[in-house]
Design a protein around this ligand. Structure first.
Ligand code: NAP
Length: 174
């Protein structure tokens, strides 16, 4: 099997805020469409709180849910007790499902981005032109470690919110 890529996918405000602890501050249909397109056929590693906020498995993808509660279980979720276990489960899921894609997504929220970013080679970022007040943020993207490989024009969502898409690639030391 060819190498598996691990990527983070996130929508964050310009001040790095990703949510209020339970949900997002925005609804951007174009972003949901892009997220679906990028992640379809792939395993998603998310925290139990993000799972609760979505409330169901996302179709066509594996929902791997991190929790410290050994008794936790929900229909459609695959439990993991560490990010490393989540990555192993995701790798096996890709093998067993014969998926054409070879990518595992670090899907949030804040705890899981903090644990998972070190394993990522790419970040798919939707930068939302807002400055909400919240302690739930995406980690700082260090320009020494990451370079922008794609940046869209500024768009306006059908809900009237300005945003743009960026892709970052980890700079590998030679
Ligand atoms: N904008 C975006 O792209 C985006 C994406 C995803 C989520 N979000 C937002 O992020 C916010 C939630 O973030 P959050 O940080 O509070 O929650 P989270 O990361 O979704 O989930 C946190 C939970 O994950 C489990 N966990 C954390 N560290 C663990 C570890 N080391 N080992 C095992 N389990 C671990 C714990 O579950 P237990 O308590 O069950 O033990 C913890 O309560 C929400 O507002 C959500 O809407 C935004």
């Amino acid at each position: 099997m060819s190498k598996i890529t691990i990527s983070a996918i996130v929508a964050s405000a310009k001040n790095r805020v990703i949510g209020d602890g339970e949900q997002l501050f925005w609804k951007i249909s174009e972003d949901f469409r892009r997220l679906k397109e990028i992640t379809m056929g792939c395993p998603l590693i998310m925290g139990r709180k993000t799972w609760d906020s979505i409330g169901k498995p996302l179709p066509g993808r594996a929902s791997i849910v991190l929790t410290r509660n050994p008794k936790w279980q929900e229909n459609g979720a695959i439990k993991a007790s560490s990010i490393e276990e989540g990555i192993i489960i995701g790798t096996n899921w890709l093998k067993n499902n014969g998926s054409l894609k070879k990518e595992i997504f670090i899907f949030g929220g804040m705890d899981i981005y903090n644990l998972g970013l070190v394993y990522c080679d790419y970040i798919y970022l939707t930068e939302v032109d807002m400055y909400p007040d919240s302690k739930y943020v995406f980690p700082k993207i260090d320009p020494i470690k990451w370079k922008v490989t794609f940046e869209s024009k500024i768009k306006k969502s059908s809900e009237g919110i300005k945003f743009k898409f960026l892709t970052y690639k980890k700079i590998t030391q030679k």
